[in-house]
Design a protein around this ligand. Sequence first.
Ligand SMILES: Cc1cc2nc3c(=O)[nH]c(=O)nc-3n(C[C@H](O)[C@H](O)[C@H](O)COP(=O)(O)O)c2cc1C
Length: 372
Amino acid sequence: MKYLFSPGKIGEVNIKNRLVRSATWESRATEDGYVTDSLIEFYDELAKGGIGLIITGYIAVDPIGAQTTRMTRIYDDSYIPGQKKLVNSIHEYSDVKVAAQIGHTGNNAISRKLETVGPSPIRDPLTKKICRELKNEEIKEITRKFAEAGFRAYECGYDMIQLHAGHAYLLSDFISPFTNRRNDEYGGSTLNRLKIVIDIYNQIRDNLGKAFPITIKLITQDFLGKGKGLDLEEGVDIAKRLVEIGFDAIEPTSGRTSLRITNNKSFPSVNFSSPDDGTYYLPNAKALKPIMKDCPLILMGGIRNPISADNLLEEKIADFISLSRPFIYEPDLADRWKSGDLSPSLCTNCNACFGIGERREVYCVIKKKLES
Ligand SMILES: Cc1cc2nc3c(=O)[nH]c(=O)nc-3n(C[C@H](O)[C@H](O)[C@H](O)COP(=O)(O)O)c2cc1C
């Protein structure tokens, strides 16, 4: 384990090791999105387990930006005291860093009661709803809401933020030519489709400066087949532009994978593949790495084995390794691996944690079965 437990850096923020908890919606907030004791306990378990950086589950920047109930929100100042308490509690554990993931669900709201919006009126394959096309001035308003969420995250003591621009959520839908059919300043060319992301970045950077890292979980491909949606070649071009403007880290992911998976009638998820796929964003990471310069690449998706994780770092395919489902099963996985027990994560990729439903807390279904 020469690399996994070596220190790393994102922007000016030092991270004690290369293990990251990829953003995981916790379903532990109140119905209005306020922090609860249960959410704090969930993060305490993780923080004391040896991890270097925790990325929170996505925090909604707008009342219609929360995909489900019991998801955290940060669209006005009333959310600050609870979020501060959460961050302070995480920071009590030996030098753990925490990033606020901020996002807007767009056309992906599970709750049928929410209005769904997007760059263009496209039918969502899961909810079957056609979203309302956003007006130009509404896009500017949402841009401002993202920036304000960034300022609030800073005020709450978060070490950095991550923009959620993947998984067919709003920013991802702006970037993908499959969902963005506009012909104004927000559609058409690659640069126009990226405008909302770049504007958010500039508003946050202009206010908070370079010391507060701005990272992004980025759609790099739609997996809809050749000529449909975003292909990896354009995904690399997009990443290159974001590195050039100054993003502090990129975690590559996909966009509207849901179409492919739904058609296959397997689990309707945007970003998981079968357990056999292994490290399924490896081709994306390999394509991106040459253009990343000094910008760290956070690799996620199916990584379960600490030895292969260490090799990915040694081969400089990734700078950080992030995992989601394994930390639901074993919040102390980092300490287990550090202590020399190098057996892979116990997560079976069953995806039951994802299917728990929006009113219940996320937990590992397999672990609970084994314990009962
Ligand atoms: C229960 C659950 C909730 C998730 N919530 C989020 C989220 O809020 N934001 C996000 O970007 N990804 C979310 N993801 C996706 C994970 O961050 C990660 O990209 C995906 O699970 C693949 O990593 P893994 O193979 O290590 O689980 C979630 C995944 C699970 C299982």
